[in-house]
Design a protein around this ligand. Sequence first.
Ligand code: AMP
Ligand code: ZN
Length: 115
Amino acid sequence: MAIDETCIFCKLAHHEIPTQVVYEDDSVFAFEDAEPQAPVHVLVVPKDHYQDASDDVPDELMAKLMKAANKVAQIKGVDKSGYRILTNKGSDAGQTVFHLHIHVLGGTESKSRLF
Ligand code: AMP
Ligand code: ZN
């Protein structure tokens, strides 16, 4: 498994640092965002290290991440009310952690439509 020893999300996904786990399987890990921007704000990450969504992520893994994001919405009880899934790449998007992560946001009506 490809892990970056200096990466905080690698450490979280491999239980080296405790966190509030929402969902986990053999290739995906989901946990509560430390600074939630909505009542529901969960991050879904691959256990393997990829910088962002453009980092040659295998198709199968990308599909697993998307499925896990939808499962997280069910677990958090926002699957009926609605939610947003998004991922940031690079500085204009405001990416701050360079391990691919999908934000799952919900629990209230969104104030902005997209960006
Ligand atoms: P981004 O701006 O897309 O790179 O988002 C990074 C997200 O990671 C932010 O929403 C942070 O609040 C969140 N974050 C950073 N460090 C941690 C951590 N140790 N545990 C949980 N969430 C974190
Ligand atoms: Zn990592």
